[in-house]
Design a binder for this molecule. Structure first.
Ligand SMILES: CC(C)(COP(=O)(O)OP(=O)(O)OC[C@H]1O[C@@H](n2cnc3c(N)ncnc32)[C@H](O)[C@@H]1OP(=O)(O)O)[C@@H](O)C(=O)NCCC(=O)NCCS
Ligand SMILES: CC(=O)OC[C@H](N)C(=O)O
Length: 217
């Protein structure tokens, strides 16, 4: 895809995904669109080894929009940065297609890694406002990162990560168990939880039957 085709795609995505967007003209005023368009140009200079020009463009975009995208980041089709102020995307971050980032979120490093330092988002990932995703791990397709979460470990596809530090509260539309003390659903803990739920149901049923039995006596 050329830079222009990518930008057209970004505009279409905003139309499709932002309920507040009413027309193309209105979308052309969006800071998020400006930041992504400048990024697409700066990335071209970055990959063609004009790193200073690339940086000048990204710093200019930052002044204009309050959104800082390092020209080295790799960003797929149809990125929507909604509202945008305070968004920071690090040099080795990778973002799949049709992702949605809200204001104040960071795709950053922990300061402890070298080389690949920033996260990789799959396709259709949503990162809520104020969330920080820190480290060189993967956030799977269709994952949702809650507003203000601080994510320090991989997030599986189709799941929701919430809190500080973030834990997985939903996966494939189902709530994960409260017994889950690690951030990724543990199959043994989930099995234990299911057993506890079954026992609780059986205890309730036994109590009901005992009550009926007593009445009949
Ligand atoms: C997380 C989010 C995406 C909802 O995802 P979801 O998969 O539909 O999850 P649910 O709404 O079912 O919530 C699951 C649990 O997480 C909790 N939760 C949701 N968002 C949370 C947040 N930001 N921080 C802490 N807990 C949160 C819910 O209360 C619920 O808890 P419970 O299981 O104890 O009831 C949404 O709440 C969110 O944070 N969106 C960010 C959008 C945003 O940034 N908007 C800014 C627009 S300007
Ligand atoms: C402020 C906010 O919720 O923005 C989200 C989206 N633009 C909307 O209008 O719903």
């Amino acid at each position: 895809m050329t830079i222009l085709e990518n930008i057209k795609h970004d505009i279409q995505t905003i139309k499709d995904r932002d309920p507040a967007a009413t027309s193309t003209l209105e979308i052309l005023t969006y800071s998020g669109l400006h930041a992504v368009a400048f990024y697409r140009v700066s990335h071209w200079f970055y990959v063609h080894k004009h790193k200073v020009i690339a940086r000048c463009i990204s710093q200019f975009a930052r002044m204009l929009t309050g959104i800082e995208i390092h020209p080295g980041a790799k960003i797929g089709k149809g990125l929507l940065i909604d509202h945008g102020s305070g968004v920071v995307i690090g040099e080795t971050a990778e973002i799949g297609d049709y992702c949605l980032l809200y204001q104040g979120c960071t795709l950053g490093g922990t300061g402890k890694d070298h080389g690949k330092r920033h996260p990789t988002l799959g396709n259709n990932v949503m990162v809520g406002c104020g969330a920080k995703v820190l480290g060189p791990f993967t956030v799977g397709d269709n994952a949702k990162i809650a507003a203000n979460a601080v994510v320090l470990e991989p997030v599986p596809a189709n799941s929701t990560a919430v809190g500080v530090p973030a834990r997985i509260v939903k996966q494939n539309g189902k709530r994960t168990c409260d017994l889950d003390q690690v951030h990724i659903p543990d199959p043994v803990a989930q099995e234990l939880c299911q057993t506890r739920i079954q026992i609780a149901k059986l205890e309730k049923r036994v109590a009901e039957l005992e009550k009926i039995g007593k009445k009949e006596q």
